[in-house]
Design a protein around this ligand. Structure first.
Ligand code: F6P
Length: 529
């Protein structure tokens, strides 16, 4: 019997009860919500009750989440499959104490790099640079791209662009219209070996050279591999390094965040770090029953492993968080999408969920149909700010809030056949036609959702939110017994792409490939240029 079996049995006993009826307890909204700083996490519109919560909280205890958390913050090598510490939290430990790795305090280097980033950002912001192109992929792209969009009201530096895909269309479309003499190219790659990034970086260098720019002045690099940035020819004064204990998808807090810092300025970037640091402190200090990352993780485990809902929709009612679902998709799926547990055994349960989503209200006019009336239950994670940044458009924001709250209410309440029939009768329908039409208008309801609410999407709050999700992924990983900090699952495809490259280029025959791959290669070769 695995750790979830008892919870699954309890869940089966209550799976048909009405979530709405749980609100007969007047305190449900406060009992099933928690606050960290100014952020509210409401998970009352789920089928959790006090007994289930106690059982879930036991998981925190039995998996020894607190000890594992403390080990992470203390710089222990909890990334066991790579023999590394996990210390993205040190990058935002702006006014904290020393953090030791292998007997050395890593904070002086982190703070010195942060200071250099600040000086470089100020220099760029005061220069003739009009555009910044960040070339990176995965964690070296999604974090800064998401945050630059999220914080656009604070963006007072040069324009920022992000190129990630090796598809030449991406860099071609991005560079078209830019001035090669006033564009700064930032090559963001932890390893400085990622084929997509290095290919795009070489294309960008050729573009700068061909159009009269100065690569020495207009290239910067963010990497753990300074010998490789040297080989590429980037001036060490424009290289910002970090250590291997910062995972790619957890790296926006350090040098990988340089484009964000140039966009919003060092002061606002510090606020972003302080927001994350405040969530770190909450995560370390709050008791499990009011610890937001732990509760978010438990709700995730409840829906995924216990109820068996395979996907999770992230639905920010915040247009500027439009790239958050993509960011969280990498954070969660690359971290917890594993089948082998830390002890080397195969997971006897499903691990990380499929994470997807899009901002509201757009999604309402696209995929919400399935969320409301489809055959599968999809737990929804709504997000909404109390305020927008456009006071002159306050009526827009009120509509946005009304829509967000309406969706979680509709998912929970649904509409019965009786109610649908009354509606049809009011429209004058009768008999079999009334019945037929009514059935299409039934909403099963009882569909769970959570809502995260915050006063305003400012740099501090964004820092809190991202750190919250990072810790949620960590807690889920610890409970599942997964190492959330490696990503071996991306390697095989990279190896095979390397072996296919000469075949696609025509310099090697397609030997040893399966029939489908060979036929696809033939078709493409026949139709290529
Ligand atoms: O291929 C996956 C991955 O290693 C991610 O984990 C990482 O964020 C991305 O590639 C980019 O890696 P790098 O920063 O080394 O170029």
């Amino acid at each position: 019997m695995n750790i979830f079996d008892e919870l699954i049995r309890k869940q089966e006993a209550v799976q048909d009860r009405s979530i709405l009826s749980l609100f007969d307890n007047d305190n449900r909204a406060s009992d099933f919500s928690t606050q960290a700083g100014d952020i509210l996490f409401d998970f009352s519109k789920t089928n959790l009750d006090a007994g289930m919560m106690d059982a879930l909280l036991d998981l925190i205890e039995s998996a020894d989440v607190a000890a594992r958390r403390d080990a992470m913050f203390a710089g222990d090598k909890i990334n066991e499959t790579e023999g590394r510490a996990v210390l993205h939290t040190a990058l935002r430990n702006v006014d904290g104490g020393p953090v030791m790795v292998d007997g050395d305090d890593v904070m002086p280097d982190i703070l010195a790099t942060l200071k250099r980033m600040g000086e470089f950002s100020d220099k760029i912001r005061a220069s003739d640079i009009t555009d910044v192109v960040n070339i990176g992929i995965g964690g070296s792209d999604l974090g800064p791209a998401m945050a630059v969009q999220a914080l656009s009201p604070y963006h007072d530096g040069p324009r920022c662009h992000f190129v990630s895909n090796v598809d030449g269309a991406h860099i071609a479309d991005t560079l078209r219209g830019l001035d090669a003499k006033t564009t700064l190219v930032i090559v963001a790659s932890k390893t400085f070996t990622t084929i997509e990034t290095m290919t795009n970086a070489r294309t960008a260098r050729a573009w700068i050279l061909d159009h009269g720019g100065d690569p020495a002045r207009q290239f910067a690099a963010l990497s753990t591999a300074q010998e490789k940035t040297d080989d590429f020819g980037i001036d060490a004064a424009q290289v910002f390094g970090f250590e291997d204990w910062v995972g790619g998808r957890y790296s926006v807090w350090g040098p990988i965040g340089l484009s964000l810092m140039i966009a919003i300025g060092p002061r606002a970037f510090h606020a972003f770090l302080r927001g994350a640091q405040s969530m770190d402190r909450h995560f370390c200090a709050a008791a499990p029953h009011e610890n937001m990352p732990m509760l978010l993780a438990l709700v995730g485990i409840w829906h995924n492993q216990i109820c068996g809902y395979a996907t999770r929709a992230v639905l920010p009612y915040d247009q500027r968080l439009g790239q958050l679902p993509d960011y969280l998709q990498q954070l969660e799926m690359e971290s917890n999408g594993k089948s082998t547990l830390m002890d080397g055994t195969t997971a006897p349960f499903n691990t990380g969920p499929v994470v997807w989503g899009a901002p509201g209200t757009n999604g309402q006019h696209a995929f919400y149909q399935l969320i409301h009336q489809g055959t599968r239950v999809i737990p929804c994670e709504f997000m909404i700010a109390a305020n927008g940044h456009e006071p002159e458009l306050a009526h827009h924001h009120k509509l946005l809030i009304a829509n967000c709250l309406a969706q979680s209410e509709a998912l929970m309440r649904g509409r019965s056949l009786h109610e649908a029939s009354q509606m049809m009768a009011a429209k004058g329908l009768t008999g079999a036609e009334l019945d037929r039409q009514a059935r299409h208008r039934v909403f099963p309801g009882n569909r769970p959702s959570t809502t995260l609410s915050y006063p305003l999407l400012d740099p501090f709050t964004l820092g809190q939110i991202i750190a919250l999700y990072e810790h949620r992924v960590f807690v889920e990983g610890v409970i599942l017994g997964i190492n959330s900090y490696d990503q071996w699952g991306v390697e095989l495809g990279k190896e095979l792409a390397t072996s296919l490259q000469p075949i696609v280029e025509g310099s090697e025959p397609a030997v040893g490939k399966d029939g489908s791959t060979t036929a696809l290669l033939d078709f493409i070769a026949k139709h290529a240029g």
